[in-house]
Design a binder for this molecule. Structure first.
Ligand code: PRP
Ligand code: URA
Length: 209
């Protein structure tokens, strides 16, 4: 309960520093998000259960491990969560995708939901919710609420940066959903931005500001 995994791997930390730099280009920012997505995918799937299956090598029959259970679901919160997707799909190409359309109202900081499309059998799958930023946690909390309403039970949350306030709020609503993040920053500012942070992840990734 209330698990938080901070990924201290040097490649993750180095790439995060490059992303924080305000002079990073849109193209560079997007590329780094993709690369960190792959590295975080490796960490979040580290304990997936295995089962032994019988296979034929060129020399003989043997038992060998494969991931047990149904395929994973990646659930990116639009827009910025999409930035992790290609890197993660490079590692787990057969994963299913659930798109969650949620944005944060800039005045109230409340989550506004506008879209959901995902597989029907969420109850039988491990679902990995993706969003680079966990700020107030209003968006992440709403995302997990919606997935749970549709039957999801086994959930994990992956982000790049979290605010201490967001971690607390998310785990007060969903204590059984572990978090993987590259860093927990100092705090939120008066506009709900993570500081020192990296700015608006969606705008930086898609070049909209
Ligand atoms: C950003 C970010 C998260 C949310 C985090 O999205 O990608 O979804 O804010 O903030 P919270 O924890 O306070 O909810 P934004 O609302 O800017 O939407 P966008 O990705 O469509 O730009
Ligand atoms: N959303 C972002 O993209 N960045 C923040 O710092 C907070 C919310």
């Amino acid at each position: 309960m209330r698990e938080v995994h901070v990924i201290h791997h040097p490649l993750v930390q180095h790439k995060l520093t490059l992303m924080r730099d305000k002079s990073r280009s849109t193209r560079g920012f997007r590329q780094l998000m993709n690369e960190i997505g792959m590295l975080l995918c490796y960490e979040v799937t580290r304990d997936l259960p295995l089962e032994n299956v019988q296979i034929e090598t060129p020399l003989r029959t043997t038992m060998a491990p494969q991931i047990a259970g149904k395929k994973l679901v990646f659930a990116p919160i639009l827009r910025a969560g999409v930035g992790f997707l290609d890197g993660m799909l490079d590692l787990v190409p057969s994963a299913r995708i659930a798109h969650l359309g949620i944005y944060r109202d800039p005045a109230t900081l409340q989550a506004v939901e506008y879209y959901f499309k995902g597989p029907d059998d969420l109850a039988d799958r491990t679902i990995i919710v993706l969003d680079p930023m966990l700020a107030t946690a209003n968006s992440a909390t709403a995302a997990v609420d919606r997935l749970r309403e549709r039957g999801a039970k086994d959930l994990r949350f992956v982000c790049l940066l979290a605010a201490p306030e967001g971690v607390k709020r998310f785990h007060s609503a969903h204590p059984d959903v572990p978090i993987w993040t590259a860093a927990i920053d100092e705090r939120l500012d008066e506009h709900g931005y993570i500081v020192p942070g990296l700015g608006d992840a969606g705008d930086r990734m898609f070049g909209t500001k």
